[in-house]
Ligand binder design. Sequence first.
Ligand SMILES: C[S@@+](CC[C@H](N)C(=O)[O-])C[C@H]1O[C@@H](n2cnc3c(N)ncnc32)[C@H](O)[C@@H]1O
Length: 292
Amino acid sequence: MSIWLPAHIFKNHCFIFGPRIGLNSCRVHSLSNGFAGLFPIKRRASVTTAVPNHRIRAGKRETYTVVSDNVNYGGKQVISVTPQLYEYLLGNVREPEILRELREETATLRGSQMQVSPDQAQLLAMLVQIQGAQRCIEVGIFTGYSSLAVALVLPEQGCLVACERDEKSIEVTKRYYDRAGVSSKVDVRHGKAADTLHSMIHNGEGCSYDFAFIDADKKMYHEYFELLLRLVRVGGVIVVDNVLWHGRVADTLANDSTTVSIRSFNESLFKDKRVDISMVPIGDGMTICRKR
Ligand SMILES: C[S@@+](CC[C@H](N)C(=O)[O-])C[C@H]1O[C@@H](n2cnc3c(N)ncnc32)[C@H](O)[C@@H]1O
């Protein structure tokens, strides 16, 4: 039996529903510009049944999918997002022109699915603003979409340490930092992110950062988190991306090494008394952590 479920062009934007890995089939409706490029993915029903009380109301006229109305949670109806609803949501994202241009250029490059979605970038920028953050770190900047979103809202005296190992991505990134007039705020560190973070700690920068975003190699998440916890001040925020890993974390049949590693990271974060946490189903899932 097969059912149709939504997925999105932006950064593995599948919400709870599932991996782009091992799909039965995949059909691209439109990959042209902007937010309209959405494609449904045909998947086995067995994967989605991993969610208790999961009901699917797929069909032309439906605008949402109920993922839970469990009586144990007061029958609260929790919905997922259809392509139509997601397009509406994106229509309410105030994406700066320079970010739109960067997103569109990145869409022509290999690995473009790695960049965060506009709604994720907006949330990151909002967290930085709410915090009044001045000193930030990003681990894994790729062509710079999320880091530029953060840099744009930093005050003039603010700084963002941007860690990236890929030189070609950095070239694109720097061009956009320049165009956006934020180059003076961004300190790009080319190399392995763990080495950069270790050197920052050795330089006595511990507890001096307000905000950090982890979005690099998933198997290093434990290490990045420990290093960033030393660099971020009490009350500082660490945001971790891809914590739902295309839904695979909840799929009992998925036991590949990256899924196992992210699951283990999520479990340890859940038990970690050093931080307050909130796991948010945006993009591929982000956990927001606040250092106690
Ligand atoms: C998911 S992408 C980042 C996307 C970015 N946040 C954005 O919104 O465009 C991950 C990036 O991490 C970089 N990366 C992976 N492992 C790394 C490492 N050990 N040190 C530094 N960068 C790394 C990759 O080259 C890639 O550009």
